[in-house]
Design a protein around this ligand. Structure first.
Ligand code: NAD
Ligand code: 5JK
Length: 410
C-alpha cells in the first residue's frame, strides 16, 4: 500500500488506494494443522532448543503476551531476548525455566543498541512503538521511535544476518482515513483510500512499508531477509491501559459511563492472547512458507464481536459494576466535537506547564465514530492460524483482569 509522509513524519501522509500486495501462491485450507503443534510436538529436550528470538517492546501490553506465548508455544527456543526501554520486574520470574531469558534495556532509536540485541538472533518480533493518539509525544518523537526505530531493526537484521522479521503494524495503516470513510467487513485486499494526517498512523504506515520493502534483501551471509507485517485492530485483554482508564472514569462518575458514539458504529477488536499467538505462529512458519508469506500483511482477527467501541468495553466493565448511560440526545456530535477541540486547545496551552492528554480529542473522536470492521481468513489460508482463545474465554480473562487489578472482584 502506498503511504508517503514528510521526512519527519510531520508531513501530511498522502495515500493511494490501499491494497496489500496481491496474494501469491496457493491458497489452501485443510492441509494446515495448527503448525504451532508441529513444533510443540517436538520432544522438549536440549537438542531441540536452538533458536534465539528477540522481542522488541517485550515489556509492553502486547509484548509481554508475546514473550509468555513464546515460552509456552515455541519448544525450539534456546534464548529469548526481551528488549525494551522500560523493563518489567515480572521478567525475573521467567528466568527459572529451561529457556535463557535475556532482559535488554535499550532504545530502538539507537542503532548500535538494536544491532547488539539483534546479533545472533534467528527471529525478531518487532512490537516496540509509541502508541500515542492522545498527544503525549511530539510528532518527531513518534517518527523517531516508530519509523527510525524500525529502520534500525531492519538494518540490524541485514548487518548481522538475522533472516526473519515479524513487524507489529496496525489497522490504522489502512484507516479510518481523514475523510471518515467506513471500512466495513474489509480484508487485506479491500480497496480503501488510506489517507492519514495524524503522526501515529502516518508512522505505522511508513514503518510497515519499510518492513515489506525489506523482504528479499540479502543479509550478512548471503541469504534473504523474510519479513511480514501483522495488523491488529483494537487490542483488548489483560494489561490494556485504556480499558483501565475507562473503568476509572466510570468509577469517578458514580459507576456510569456516558455513551458518546452511536451503537451502530462498529469496530473490530481482537484479544491480546490471539494477537500474541498469531505473532508466534507467523514466526514459526515464516521459514517454510517464505515464498507465500514473505512481504505480506495479515490482519489480526478472532471471534470477538463487532460492536461500537463503548459497547464492546461494556462487555467487561458491565460485569465490573459500570453501566452505560445513553446521553447521545443530550450530547450531540457537534458538542462532542467542540469538547474534543477544546481539549486539544487546552493541551496546547498547558503543554509548557503540564501534560494534559484526555481520551477525547478530535482524532480519537473521529476514529471512534467511524466503522472499521475486518472480515478475513488470509492468516488461516497462508499459515493455518486459528484463534487460540474463544470469545467467551477472551471475555472471561479480561473481566477477571479488570476485577483483579481494580479490586472489584465479587
Ligand atoms: N494496543 C493496540 O490496540 C494496538 C493495535 C494495533 C497495533 N498495535 C501495535 O502493537 C505494538 C505494541 O503496542 P502496545 O499496545 O503493546 O503498546 P505499549 O505501549 O504497551 O508497548 C510498547 C512497548 O514498546 C516500548 N518502547 C517504546 N519506545 C521504545 C523505544 N524507543 N525503544 C524500545 N522500546 C520502546 C515501550 O516501553 C513498551 O513496552 C505497537 O507497535 C502498536 O503500534 C497496538
Ligand atoms: C468519544 C471518545 C471519548 C471515545 C474514545 C475512544 C478512543 C480512546 C478509542 C476509540 C478507537 C480506539 C483506537 C482503535 O481501537 C485502534 C487503535 C489502533 C492501534 O494501533 C492503537 C490504538 C488505537 C489508536 C485505539 C486508541 C483508542 C481509540 C482511539
Amino acid at each position: 500500500m502506498g503511504q508517503e509522509g514528510g521526512a519527519s513524519g510531520r508531513g501530511r501522509c498522502v495515500g493511494r488506494l490501499a491494497q496489500a500486495p496481491r496474494e501469491e501462491g496457493p491458497s489452501s485450507g485443510g492441509q494446515f494443522g495448527h503448525p504451532g503443534t508441529v513444533a510443540a510436538g517436538m520432544a522438549d529436550s536440549a537438542e531441540t532448543r536452538k533458536l534465539v528470538y528477540l522481542v522488541t517492546g517485550g515489556c509492553g501490553f502486547l509484548g509481554e503476551h508475546v514473550v509468555r506465548m513464546l515460552l509456552q508455544r515455541e519448544p525450539r527456543l534456546y534464548e529469548l531476548r526481551v528488549f525494551d526501554l522500560h523493563l518489567g520486574p515480572w521478567l525475573e520470574e521467567l528466568k527459572t525455566g529451561p529457556v535463557q531469558v535475556t532482559a535488554i534495556q535499550g532504545d530502538v532509536t539507537q542503532a548500535h543498541e538494536v544491532a547488539a540485541a539483534v546479533a545472533g538472533a534467528h527471529v525478531v518480533i518487532h512490537t516496540a512503538g509509541l502508541v500515542d493518539v492522545f498527544g503525549r509525544a511530539s510528532p518527531e518523537t513518534i517518527y523517531e521511535v516508530n519509523v527510525q526505530g524500525t529502520k534500525n531493526v531492519i538494518e540490524a537484521c541485514v548487518q548481522t544476518g538475522t533472516r526473519f522479521l515479524v513487524y507489529t503494524s496496525s489497522m490504522e495503516v489502512v484507516g479510518p482515513n481523514i475523510k471518515g470513510h467506513p471500512f466495513y467487513r474489509g480484508n487485506e485486499d479491500t480497496p480503501y483510500e488510506a489517507i492519514h494526517r495524524h503522526p501515529y498512523p502516518c508512522s505505522k504506515a511508513q514503518a510497515e512499508r519499510l518492513v515489506l520493502e525489506a523482504n528479499g534483501r540479502k543479509v550478512h551471509g548471503g541469504l534473504s531477509l523474510v519479513t511480514c507485517a501483522l495488523r491488529p485492530t483494537g487490542i483488548y485483554g489483560e494489561g490494556h491501559q485504556i480499558m483501565r482508564d475507562f473503568y476509572h472514569q466510570g468509577l469517578r462518575l458514580g459507576g456510569r459511563l456516558f455513551r458518546a458514539i452511536p451503537a451502530s458504529v462498529e469496530h473490530s477488536r481482537v484479544y491480546v492472547g490471539n494477537v500474541a499467538w498469531m505473532h508466534v505462529l507467523v514466526a514459526q512458519e515464516l521459514e517454510q512458507r517464505a515464498a507465500l508469506m514473505g512481504g505480506q500483511v495479515y490482519f489480526c482477527y478472532d471471534e470477538s464481536p463487532y460492536k461500537s467501541y463503548e459497547d464492546f468495553n461494556m462487555e467487561f466493565l458491565g460485569p465490573c459494576g459500570l453501566r452505560l448511560v445513553d446521553t447521545r440526545l443530550l450530547v450531540p456530535y457537534w458538542l462532542l466535537m467542540l469538547l474534543a477541540t477544546l481539549n486539544a486547545l487546552l493541551q496546547w496551552l498547558l503543554r509548557p506547564l503540564l501534560l494534559y492528554a484526555p481520551l477525547l480529542n478530535p482524532y480519537t473522536l473521529a476514529v471512534a465514530n467511524t466503522t472499521f470492521t475486518v472480515s478475513t481468513n488470509k492468516a488461516q489460508r497462508h499459515f493455518g492460524y486459528k484463534p487460540l482463545f474463544s470469545w467467551e474465554d477472551s471475555r472471561t480473562r479480561t473481566i477477571r483482569w479488570v476485577q483483579a487489578v481494580e479490586g472489584s472482584a465479587p
